[in-house]
Design a protein around this ligand. Sequence first.
Ligand code: AMP
Ligand code: ZN
Length: 498
Amino acid sequence: MAATPLYKVQELRIYNSITGQKEVFTPITEGNIGMYVCGPTVYSNVHLGNCRTFISFDLIYRYLKHLDYKIRYVRNITDAGHLENDADEGEDKVSKKARLEQLEPMEIVQRYTLDFHNILAKFNNIPPSIEPTATGHIVEQIEIIKTIIGNGFAYEANGSVYFDVKKFNETNNYGKLSGRNLEDMIANTRELAAQSDKKNAQDFALWKKAEPEHIMRWPSPWSDGFPGWHLECTVMSTKYLGEQFDIHGGGMDLKFPHHECEIAQGEAACGKTPVNYWMHANMLTLNGKKMSKSTGNIISPAEIFSGDNTVLGKAFSPTVARFFMLQAHYRSILDFSNDALEASEKGFYKLMDAIQALDMVSINKKTEGFDAINWTKECYQAMNDDFNSPILIAKLFEAVKFINTVKEEKASLSKVDHELIKKTMHDFVFDVLGLVNENEASSDISDKLSGTVELLINLRAEARANKDFATSDKIRDELLAIGIQLKDGREGTSFSLN
Ligand code: AMP
Ligand code: ZN
């Protein structure tokens, strides 16, 4: 008999940004989840703030998987259509970088997509199931614009197409996600610039006619141009997850206008609201201010790993940085500091030491001083309560304390409880929090490296015995070239790393 999936016994509650409440999570199709998260605009290296949002959703993805849901996770790459200042005017962020660096826009896209993947892999994020690009979905974007025009919610002006927010608000509710009211928005805006083609300042571009110097352009029924920034997410989420899907996530700063516009586009095109649960991850700050590329108030992941930034006292590993972020709830603001990172590092190694100690403690007939069943239940309760990782981590440290007393032989642990604690620890620390035991990983690599060099030393000895000096010299010289020096002595050959 197949085991009961965990989602049947765990009741997960998610804070839904659109209702402002924690709600019991019920997917559209039992056992299956469709989740869309807005990905990066690939015109620069990711900063640690961006990483926090993607780590928050990695935690969420991992816990949903742990609950045995079958989940399709779609996260896009914005490679066109995102203009400077997140507005409808100005240069495309990717094209601008291409112009400044005298490269093709697609070279910029490739460079920063690779950087993004590389950094997220260092943080042990699991890649999404599908990672679609805006430029790969131009045809679908043109189609949906035709539908929205056909439904009366968009108009063409001078080769561009705009979403008619006022018209939409007559039958729908523009502002329901961000809690804004269209009348107030209109009252608070200055007059439209005379050259604007928009009927209302709140209208947003679905398609923009390209100026002659704009290089990222495609033919369409309205003009040679490019899609508006908000449209790609509507198109790619509904293409891969359906007109209505379970979870849509992104950073808090995307709530308005980006996600508000996605709701409007989805409703205008399909007559249904696209998303059941909206999830927003909070910001990483530095010196109390949002980390942001545009203000330069940033720390890069590379600086964390090398320690090469004046705010850092030393280098920190990716796992320690990940652990630091998970010690805050995803909906709380987290301020970055060297002290906080040092405290996380201490905590992280304490946790790893306790997990290692679990393999060495002595087992008794019964457990005293710890209720392992209830503790496991509380670990689940923490995550079921809107993915509360700081509470989970506090629970894990209750077990760390107990393991350490067992180690000192001041408490006893039964075989059954030992197995339960070990399983719960492994499930939450490695599968759900996605931490990596770096002690183990590095000693594993050095064991394998020594084995490989020993093998080469033996092959070289064989070659010399056969008077094949070409091969034996080649092995010695090429190892030296990568920093491994062989030393022939009376006891045989040894090696050292230069
Ligand atoms: P962008 O590439 O600017 O579109 O941003 C990619 C993602 O990073 C979005 O989901 C943003 O909300 C998120 N983000 C940007 N700055 C921060 C920050 N300081 N803290 C957390 N997330 C951020
Ligand atoms: Zn988006």
